[in-house]
Write a protein that binds this ligand. Sequence first.
Ligand SMILES: Cc1cc2nc3c(=O)[nH]c(=O)nc-3n(C[C@H](O)[C@H](O)[C@H](O)COP(=O)(O)O)c2cc1C
Length: 201
Amino acid sequence: MTLTVTEAIRARRSTRAFLPTQVPKALLRDILETARLAPSNSNRQPWLVHVVTGDTLARLKAATAAEEARRFACGERQYGARGIAREDGEGRLRYVYNNHQCFGAPAVMFFFAEPGEGLSQWADLGIFLQTVLLLLTEAWLGSIAQISWSVFNTTVKQVLGVPDRLVLYCGLSIGHPDPADPINAIIADRAELAEFASFHG
Ligand SMILES: Cc1cc2nc3c(=O)[nH]c(=O)nc-3n(C[C@H](O)[C@H](O)[C@H](O)COP(=O)(O)O)c2cc1C
């Protein structure tokens, strides 16, 4: 069954627990082949995409885990000094840690752009991101955009050999959703139309 655009928009939601099942690289390539047709200001196409799977993804996850452990130790000392309960910090860290383990996803895309190109370039990246999200939905794959990768942008660039000057917009973890995990059943609220749209004339 092929989804219409409307159906894909309605069906898409963020996945925060993935099965380890691999995603064919050819499929990810095909999705980017189509997504490159996304519109952009003056047809600048400012997006730069790195697709990460396999050994490289394992290395990236290990590198961020090591850095996160260092940050956790540092945070723990600070929470301790302020008398904040340890469990709070651990819960927060588990959530953040899951983000950087891609919630178990076997593939992740990183979206970069050159710095200093102004506001419209970030809108262009958002349009491109949503195009990729909908194509992934059409392919019955789960995904989640992750701005939280910006915390580890230096590590991401080092592992992938990306020039330091490029700005990391976000990561996008991709895979098959784990149907047994209740986190994937969460449906985020949306504002009603009347709260953000006005009709004139
Ligand atoms: C650019 C962008 C960055 C996001 N970053 C994160 C993130 O770092 N961690 C996370 O858990 N969710 C992240 N999200 C997911 C949003 O929280 C989610 O899209 C929103 O709550 C609506 O839920 P839905 O995607 O399930 O419809 C991000 C979404 C977008 C579009």
